[in-house]
Design a protein around this ligand. Structure first.
Ligand code: FAD
Length: 552
């Protein structure tokens, strides 16, 4: 039996597709049905900011909690406990919304349905399948770890994506120490067990290597004194440097600090195979292949597409992409009433540039006098709302307000209009180079969630009084202003109570003071007072008693 979920209750229908009603009828509802897929950063921020009294909200996710991922590396070594970084999703959504602990198996956009499967066995019938109808769908499914199809990775490596992964790593680190101290082991075998390999020199890999180093030097060597000189941590990175999304000063500091700490950083080294006892790497320059025995490998090389998203992309003709393409209002291209945010989506920059091309085609036409003053105004307004950098560019170049600039050129002075259009074109090519795909971070995901919730909260009001820019394909204005990302900076904790911080305006700070900034930012960003108190008390517990090394 497959169930379909309406606003009134469950409607079951058998495989023969004859419906029978278990709850109230599907046409009962007055409120629009919003279905949210996922309980990660994007979904949590959307649900926290949404006025759920205005909609019939249903959430589908295999996880009935939100996890504060930036603290997962701390969970791997027991600096923070797993339960301190999670918040039950039911605490976030409140009483009015409904949560289904299930995974979405298929999105049927033409029929506005989502197919789901419970993650637990229900009764004796195994896992149950059900269908949820929606008016608006919010896809916030995140991404999965990317193995780049490297043989043996799936079977032999740890990933660091979920809370369970962090817990597994914690147990595995202790396992390696216990194994290495068993009697009758050769020196080589002990060394192998105590060789920890981290693959991927991005922020997560670097932070985990630093955490592990602190755990070993501050806590474990006291308990396993014989292991002290045998422990080795290796960080492998296929590219030319670690932390390559950070300022050069941070990268250099990190490499020097790791070298002082004895963490072996190998750049230009690509993993080609992992067996249950050794990891094979290929040197990018020489092509030389070598094999290193290991005790534990943590794989952290970036993210890939979830199968359900891949299937959906095929269905809507986006199969050549890595993530779902949306417009600047986070609407999935080629679908009605479907929104996607967070790691599973990206704003289609090519489309945006095409739109700008349209603006210029129109502006160019003005040379022959077809564009009205009002149209020019609308076009420029549109550009500036989408790309505030254009205005900044104009200011920096001591140019007058762009609108008045183009206005000035109305009339006979065609030459000056041409010049101004050229200026704008070069401004936009600069914008083009500034516009990179948004990074797959919690910061982007949560800002998108809050933005979309705000749009949903003001849907009716903006229907009547649209507040977005004028449409240049069609009539009138867009209902909402497009999504704009505000970068608030990024951290790279490097161990030994030192952190590198890169804040807006390329302000770089490295050292102990940034570590205190990191503590305060991460405490303040907690989703509830409960987790805030738990996290801060975990930090204090660690300062006083050290980390717990029990293997539970
Ligand atoms: P997620 O948060 O991954 O949420 C996806 C949700 O979808 C989950 O609830 C999942 O259970 C659910 N789901 C999966 N499959 C299904 C399905 N089939 N059906 C229904 N639901 C499903 N970013 C930062 O900005 N700063 C940091 O310091 C930082 N540190 C990080 C450290 C680690 C260890 C990791 C792993 C990530 C870190 N990130 C950080 C990145 C950040 O966590 C992600 O960018 C963010 O989680 C993306 O949010 P999301 O909502 O798109 O996806």
């Amino acid at each position: 039996v497959i169930f379909t979920v309406s606003s009134g209750g469950l409607v079951a229908y058998s495989d023969s597709k004859s419906y029978h009603n278990v709850g109230s009828s599907q046409t009962d509802f007055k409120k629009k049905r919003v279905v949210v897929l996922g309980t990660g950063w994007a979904a949590m921020s959307f649900l926290k900011n949404l006025d759920s009294s205005k909609y019939d909200v249903q959430v589908v996710s295999p996880r009935n909690y939100f996890a504060f991922t930036p603290l997962l590396p701390s969970v791997t070594c027991g600096t923070v406990e797993a339960r301190s970084v999670v918040e039950p999703i039911r605490n976030i959504i409140g009483g009015e919304a409904r949560f289904w602990e299930a995974e979405c198996t298929q999105i049927d956009a033409p029929n506005k349905k989502v197919h789901c499967r419970t993650i637990q066995q229900v009764g004796s019938g195994g896992k149950e399948e059900f269908v949820v109808d929606y008016d608006y769908l919010v896809i916030a499914l995140g991404a999965r770890s990317n193995t780049f199809n490297t043989p043996g990775v799936e079977e032999n490596c740890h990933f660091l994506k979920e809370v369970e992964d962090a817990q597994r790593i914690r147990r595995s680190v202790i396992d390696c120490f216990e194994k290495a101290t068993l009697p009758n082991l050769s020196e080589e075998e002990r060394k192998k067990n105590l060789h920890f390999v981290v693959v991927g020199g991005g922020p997560t890999g670097v932070e985990f290597a630093a955490e592990l180093h602190d755990f070993v030097t501050e806590d474990l060597v006291k308990l396993y004194p014989k292991a002290k000189d045998l422990v080795k941590i290796t960080l492998l990175e296929a590219g030319g440097s670690i932390l390559n999304m950070f300022d050069k000063r941070i990268t250099t500091f990190a490499v020097e600090k790791f070298s002082r700490d004895g963490i072996n950083v190998k750049t230009g080294s690509m993993v080609v195979k992992v067996t249950d006892s050794a990891i094979s790497t290929k040197e990018m320059k020489s092509g030389e292949i070598s094999s290193i025995p290991y005790g534990m490998v943590v794989w952290s090389t970036g993210i890939g597409t979830r199968p359900v998203i891949m299937e959906f992309m095929k269905q809507i003709g986006q199969n050549k992409r890595r993530v779902l393409a949306t417009d600047e209002w986070l609407r999935v291209e080629g679908c009605r009433d479907v929104y996607a945010l967070g790691d599973c989506a990206t704003i289609n920059q090519r489309k945006v540039m095409e739109d700008i091309g349209v603006i210029f085609d129109k502006a160019d036409k003005d040379k022959s006098g077809t564009l009205t003053v009002q149209e020019v105004q609308a076009l420029i307004e549109d550009i500036i709302i989408r790309y505030p950098q254009v205005e900044l560019y104009m200011k920096n170049r001591n140019m007058k307000n762009v609108v008045s600039l183009l206005m000035d050129s109305q009339g006979d002075d065609k030459k000056s209009l041409e010049m101004n259009i050229e200026e704008l074109k070069s401004a936009l090519s600069l914008v083009d180079s500034l516009m990179k795909n948004l990074p797959a971070t919690a910061q982007v995901a949560s800002q998108q969630g809050a933005y979309l919730a705000d749009c949903y909260n003001r849907m009716e009001k903006c229907e009547e009084n649209p507040e977005g820019p004028l449409r240049f394909r069609g009539e009138g204005r867009h209902r909402f202003r497009p999504f704009q990302y505000k970068h608030l900076g990024q951290f790279a904790p490097l161990g030994g109570e030192q952190t590198a911080a890169q804040l807006p305006g390329d302000w770089v700070s490295i050292g102990h003071s940034s570590q205190w900034l990191w503590y305060s930012v991460y405490a303040s960003k907690q989703v509830s007072w409960r987790t805030r108190v738990l996290v801060v008390s975990d930090w204090m517990r660690r300062f006083i008693f050290g980390r717990d090394s029990s293997r539970i």
